[in-house]
Design a protein around this ligand. Structure first.
Ligand code: ATP
Length: 460
């Protein structure tokens, strides 16, 4: 994990928040490459949901909502609380499930447990609410307390009727949303895996109760395939059925998609059958009847909700970990191995932050630099490009491999004569010759997955 964190910092993917002040809790900032990559993940998710399904629409609800929403959702009551124990000696707090894993195979033996830090005696478990409180209003004494949302989906449920009416939908249909969520986690950690501010990509599928099982199954498969299609290795993914006692308060049934992170298997996404928990509670608390009326069957009922709840940050981490490779001695087989370890980030083309690097062979020949900059200007409106002239060409290729750049364009002395450049493929390191006038079209094909070697003349 240390190597991933170090790459993230070194190459502008992720920085600790407020670093010049010593960092801030478990908060992180996404740097220039990080934001490109995270946006690519969010775009891939959004396209999958909205473009590939005719009956799913998007929403961007406010983060702040009336506190009643959180009463109705069960988040302000015991439902959204972690069980904690405190050490009577060092006063450190631990999540019950963690202590349980560390030393007590049976939950009821916990109270006799000892602190994993100092060996002190632990207190009885008690609940700790995870909602982040804030004040809304300019004058503190008069301001109302509300909460930063702990999950994005509540904004979807309270808009159920608005969307149903404005889009003239019939059940089944889905509403998708991407946005920030906040939880006062007791034990954040493992880099961006568990933080107090994070981003969710959630889709809520409204269906007839009798069809809930069918759709639960459908979404489980769809979501697993999404990761596989974006190149995550099959062996690093698994579905885990979540037992009743572990499930969130709203869920009738939960399956987690887990990823094998360097620190062990961890939840990437939850698929929940939330039954009618949300709509029936919002009806009760708001006094608005949120039942759906089926004109065909004359039936009035609360739709069941099948939810797919994905963390953008956890997906980001999984894509990074999965793509990360170290090659001792370097990738080139034609020259002697070096002492260096080379890093290759074999990211899926859709996820990679930079698509094209443009490199003059050397930087001290003005003609070459001028040509390479022209190529850069030509491609920049169409792809995320980076121009780089610093260091030897081999070193620049390695720098691009380290951040997963899909392809590199090199302008050499021959280019000045014939307008033909060298295109290098990240994964195979193969190189082909391509006319500048055809570059855009060929790079487009590479990004769409066409076989590299079919697109130009191979350089032996
Ligand atoms: P965990 O038990 O790992 O804290 P959870 O079961 O509380 O997760 P859910 O409530 O099911 O998580 O949230 C859905 C998704 O949102 C998770 O699968 C994860 O991808 C993301 N998520 C939840 N909490 C966090 C967090 N603190 N930091 C980053 N992502 C999170």
């Amino acid at each position: 994990m240390g190597k991933i964190i170090s790459l993230c910092k070194r190459r502008g993917f992720v920085f600790p928040s407020s670093e010049i002040y010593g960092g801030f809790g478990s908060c992180y900032d996404f740097g220039p490459l990080g934001v490109l990559m995270k946006n690519n993940i969010k775009k891939a998710w959004w396209e999958e949901m909205i473009r590939n399904h005719e009956n799913i629409v998007g929403l961007d609800a406010a983060i702040l909502m009336k506190p009643e929403v959180w009463q109705a959702s069960g988040h302000l009551t015991a439902g959204f609380a972690d069980l904690l124990v405190e050490c009577k000696s060092c006063h450190k707090r631990f999540r019950l499930d963690e202590i349980h894993e560390i030393q007590h195979p049976e939950l009821n033996k916990l109270t006799s447990g000892v602190c994993p830090e100092c060996g002190g005696q632990l207190t009885e478990p008690r609940k700790f609410n995870l909602m982040m409180r804030t004040l809304v209003g300019p004058v503190e004494e008069e301001a109302a307390t509300t909460y930063l949302r702990a999950e994005t989906c509540q904004g979807i449920y309270v808009n159920f009727e608005n969307i149903l009416n404005s889009m003239r939908f019939k059940i089944p249909f889905g509403i998708a949303q991407i946005g920030k969520a906040f939880r006062n986690e007791i034990t954040p950690g493992n880099f961006i895996y568990r933080t107090r501010e994070f981003e969710q990509m959630e889709m809520e599928w409204f269906c007839h109760p009798k069809e809930a099982e069918k759709y639960f199954d459908y979404w489980k498969k769809e979501r697993l395939n999404w990761y596989l299609n974006l190149g995550i290795k099959k062996d690093n993914l698994r579905l885990r059925e979540v037992k009743k006692e572990e499930r969130p308060h709203y869920a009738k049934e939960t399956v987690d998609i887990e990823y094998k992170f360097p620190f062990g298997w961890g939840e990437l996404e939850a698929i929940n059958n939330r039954g009618d928990w949300d709509l029936s509670n919002h009806s009760r608390f708001s006094g608005k009847d949120l039942r759906y009326y089926d004109e065909g069957t004359k039936e009035k009922y609360f739709p069941y909700i099948i939810e797919t709840s994905d963390g953008a940050d956890r997906s980001f981490l999984a894509f990074l970990c999965d793509a990360y490779q170290e090659i001792p001695g370097g990738r080139t087989k034609t020259t002697k191995p070096t002492k260096e370890v080379e890093i290759l980030l074999k990211l899926n083309k859709k996820i990679a932050p930079i698509k094209v690097a443009i490199l003059p062979l050397v930087k001290n020949k003005p003609g070459l630099v001028k040509k390479a900059k022209e190529v850069y200007q030509l491609l920049k409106p169409h792809f995320v490009c980076q121009y780089d002239e610093l260091g030897s060409i081999g070193r620049r290729y390695r720098r691009m491999d380290e951040v997963g750049t899909v392809t590199s364009v090199t302008c050499d002395f021959q280019t000045l004569k014939d307008n033909i450049v060298t295109l290098r493929d990240r994964d195979s390191m193969k190189q082909i010759k391509v006319e500048i006038s055809k570059l855009k079209e060929i790079i487009q094909k590479i990004l769409e997955g066409e076989e590299f070697l079919k697109l130009g003349k191979l350089i032996k």
